[in-house]
Write a protein that binds this ligand. Sequence first.
Ligand code: F0G
Length: 416
Amino acid sequence: MYLRCSDERCAMKLELHQRALMCPRCGELLEVAAGTLMFSPQVLKELWWNRRCSRDPRDRSGVWRFREFLPDYPPRDIVTLGEGNVPLVPGIKSGAWAGLSDIRFQHLGWNPTACFKDLGMTVGITEARFQGARTVACASTGNTAGSMAAYAARAGIAARVYLPAGAVSPNKVAQALDYGAEIIEVKGSFDRALETLRHQAGPDLYFLNSINPFRLEGQKTVMFELLEELGWRSPDYVVVPGGNLGNTAAFGKALYELKTAGLIAKVPRLVVVQAEGANPLVRTWRAGSDELLVVNEPRTAATAIRIGAPVSWKKALKALRFTGGLAIDVTDDEIAEAKSVIGRDGIGCEPASATTLAAARKLVRGGTIPRDASVVAILTGHVLKDTDYITRSRYTAAPSEVEAAAVRSSAEVQAD
Ligand code: F0G
């Protein structure tokens, strides 16, 4: 394995374990180039499935179980919290609401730090420690911060996070603090926070935003796990929220590698969903533009995806083109309603994740997705990640109050 420039026209090669995040020749993002596979698709599928019964910590992780497609590390160097292996949950009320007979949720909020970032972070932090990093840093709308802080704590590395001031759910700030991260608040949006961090570059700071190609390698395994759960038969659509677009980029890379290696026959179409007020990829996609149409002041109540200039936009476009997918936006009200439906299904998620169901309904109503299509919606964060949003939502009933004296317990009633 080695690092390679993600721009095929440049395709510069670099040695795998190094700090560069951008191509030294053309400035584009880097990616990990896959090595040669030693096993047939059938052998790999059996090997991965059988590892579910193993006690090796690498096998208990839904990321490292698929390590034939990941950079290689000595087993004792791997930093894992047992991430991955989340169930696929059918959406019952959600299916009826969206008009779909087969919609399932892959709930990545049911991971150690309650969000999808853990899958990439286990590889990102493992690489950081392998390289001898003392401090890791990221800019974040909250979830990357918590995940990085937790894995850094496990690895004995200091964590520093740059957050857009006043624009991150308090639950997420509290979580990062609990794991011992140093928090720096930056005035302005996430994009400003990331820019600020990039100016702090130095040999002492290891970057763990999704610019980091090792994080995307771990994130890839979401697709491996999903397809394994479905017996390696691809659904028609995979719907995913898009912010900085690391997840989309990773899914595209995973599907390309799985198809090329003969592990799947058909590639599912990727649908990337953004909030209407923070929709740079959607604007770019609609315009068929080769330049990113940046949103200068992104706005949405789904703060996790309030991003106007996503770094991985080129990789995301590549993923959409390869899978025959599309990008779509939804309003904040559509997100709020979809979120309440997912809640009523007994599943729950954070606002950004609910964009997926809102988009599925919109695409069914518009005739793009047939009612009998199989759809998997990726839920990226847990319901408890943003509780203020829930109590403020117009789709949530307020608790009712009664006089304490008027209420009697069932024991008291029986005693009468
Ligand atoms: N959903 C949630 C809950 C997120 O936290 C994010 C991104 C996304 C979706 C979008 O994923 O960036 O890979 O396209 N959160 C980042 C963070 C930016 O800092 O926590 P993406």
